[in-house]
Write a protein that binds this ligand. Sequence first.
Ligand code: PLP
Length: 234
Amino acid sequence: MSIAENIAQIRERIGGAAHRAGRDPETVTLMAVSKTFPAEAIRDAYDAGIRVFGENRVQEFAGKAENLRGLTDARWHMIGHLQTNKAAKAAELFQAIDSVDSLKLAEKLNDGARSHSKKLAVFIEINVGGETAKSGVLASSPELENILTSAARLEFLEIRGLMTIPPYTEDPQSARPHFCKLRKLRDEIAARNLPAVSMATLSMGMSHDFEVAIEEGSTCVRVGTAIFGARAKP
Ligand SMILES: *Cc1c(COP(=O)(O)O)cnc(C)c1O
């Protein structure tokens, strides 16, 4: 199937999941995760109506960005783990950083955004499964509090919500408790009405589990394989 056909099918499944949960499908953004795929594949997805893209390596995207300048209303999200020494470049290339997991990284991104006179949307990545090898901040970590309460003074960043990658399992139903946990955490933070902290976005769900994520309240699903096909192993 073509990229456009894959996207049409995913949109239908998003509609079905939203319907089951009594939600409006318009409240769910389909992000196309284009890492490892060339600019031509991104253009195909753009032509099929996608406007939000996810990439996970700064250098890789820097190489493609030149070729994609014409897509002026596309939004580029950095969804992979980001080292502080790449923060300045990421702030230049992307409109949003979905993987913020420390105040130090937020500060570096703020510096980068300032030097390009732009506002950068950021999402806090939560390690819901508590896996030691995974990036993201633990929900119980003081670092989460640090990020939330110091956000207001980073004037070039806008905190927009939470992102997570649950522990991988074959069965998408096993991810449900993790999605549920992230939604509860989002609701708790939102209820505090912290200055300059929006919790409007709940980014969760990938190719194999996006329907379950939508049933649990996801507002952004990040889909790679189901749109572009299997990625080559690096
Ligand atoms: C690669 C990636 C995805 C997409 O994964 P698929 O299983 O190919 O849909 C989503 N989110 C993040 C953070 C990723 O790195």
